[in-house]
Ligand binder design. Structure first.
Ligand code: PNS
Length: 160
């Protein structure tokens, strides 16, 4: 069974990492798929986001890092994936996730969306807030992997 865990990952957080590790146990192969072309301009390029993912996912042969654009269900079909994995942190995530899952089901009924509850330790962590907190000088050490923190240090001007 092939599953896809899609997202912006701008950048990957410990919350994402937790879901990748748990999601990988549910399938034979997990493809972590970075959305390339977005209306909202990402801070890190797709190549950088993939690099950061590869750094933290390591050598697990069952986890692949890839990128996609266009419709997620078309990508999933090309990859012969039958599952889309998404995380839910709080009830506020639910509405958007439900809408996407139902749209994806309408577009491709054979692909099932599976929701994993984010770990309570990271239920408040988002890529957007991590970037904001880091930019304003806050400590994000327990929210992102060390290699991502190092990358933020290189790329994000602080105190702006
Ligand atoms: O991490 P994000 O930004 O919440 O991930 C959103 C993502 C990448 C899963 C979603 O935007 C997506 O699937 N985009 C691809 C385009 C698409 O298929 N749109 C219709 C989905 S209902």
């Amino acid at each position: 069974m092939i599953a896809i865990y899609p997202g912006s990952f701008d950048p990957i957080t410990n919350g994402h990492l937790d879901l990748i590790e748990r999601g990988a146990k549910l399938c034979d192969r997990l493809i972590v798929a970075v959305l390339r072309n977005q209306h909202k301009q990402p801070f890190f390029t797709a190549a950088e986001r993939m690099e950061m993912l590869r750094e933290v996912v390591g050598e697990n042969p069952r986890i692949e890092v890839d990128s996609f654009d266009g419709l997620l269900v078309d990508y999933a079909r090309r990859k012969q994936a039958s599952i889309i994995i998404r995380g839910i942190r709080a009830i506020s995530d639910y509405e958007y996730e439900l809408q996407m899952a139902l749209m994806n089901r309408r577009l491709c009924p054979s692909i099932e969306t599976v929701f994993l509850m984010a770990s309570e330790a990271y239920s408040f962590v988002s890529s957007k807030l991590v970037k904001e907190v880091f930019r304003l000088g806050g400590d994000v050490a327990n929210m992102v992997p060390p290699s991502v923190e190092a990358r933020l240090r290189e790329r994000v001007p602080r105190g702006v």
